[in-house]
Write a protein of this length. Structure first.
Ligand SMILES: NC(=O)c1ccc[n+]([C@@H]2O[C@H](COP(=O)([O-])OP(=O)(O)OC[C@H]3O[C@@H](n4cnc5c(N)ncnc54)[C@H](O)[C@@H]3O)[C@@H](O)[C@H]2O)c1
Length: 84
């Protein structure tokens, strides 16, 4: 679903014009640095990390998109909510 969501962000101005916002695909996380780096190249993200906490802790990130397996959603969502 990370692939599907990334594609949607990239295509947003093709569907909505003028676009309400232009998403910047800033950083993508996966289970380790190598997989995340590959995903960043493949899906067009500026940076990557093997630790999702770095994304949640980054004050420059406005939106967190959670596309992990279901049993990880709550921990990430609660951490992101605590960070605003
Ligand atoms: N596949 C579908 O058609 C589909 C449709 C609707 C909703 N969903 C939902 O999307 C979510 C993901 O499903 P999927 O099918 O894409 O699963 P997937 O297993 O293909 O992808 C999950 C990704 O999360 C990564 N991941 C796992 N643990 C992680 C961690 N601790 N930190 C960072 N990344 C981690 C995996 O490496 C993988 O890249 C689920 O909640 C699922 O219910 C999937």
């Amino acid at each position: 679903m990370g692939k599907a969501h990334s594609l949607a962000y990239a295509a947003l101005p093709m569907y909505f014009w003028p676009p309400p916002a232009m998403p910047i695909r800033s950083v993508i996380a996966d289970v380790n640095a190598e997989l995340a780096a590959e995903a960043a190249v493949r899906y067009g993200y500026e940076r990557s990390t093997g630790d999702w906490r770095r994304v949640v802790d980054d004050p420059n990130i406005d939106v967190i998109d959670i596309a992990t397996p279901n049993d990880l959603h709550a921990e990430i969502a609660v951490a992101a909510a605590h960070r605003g």
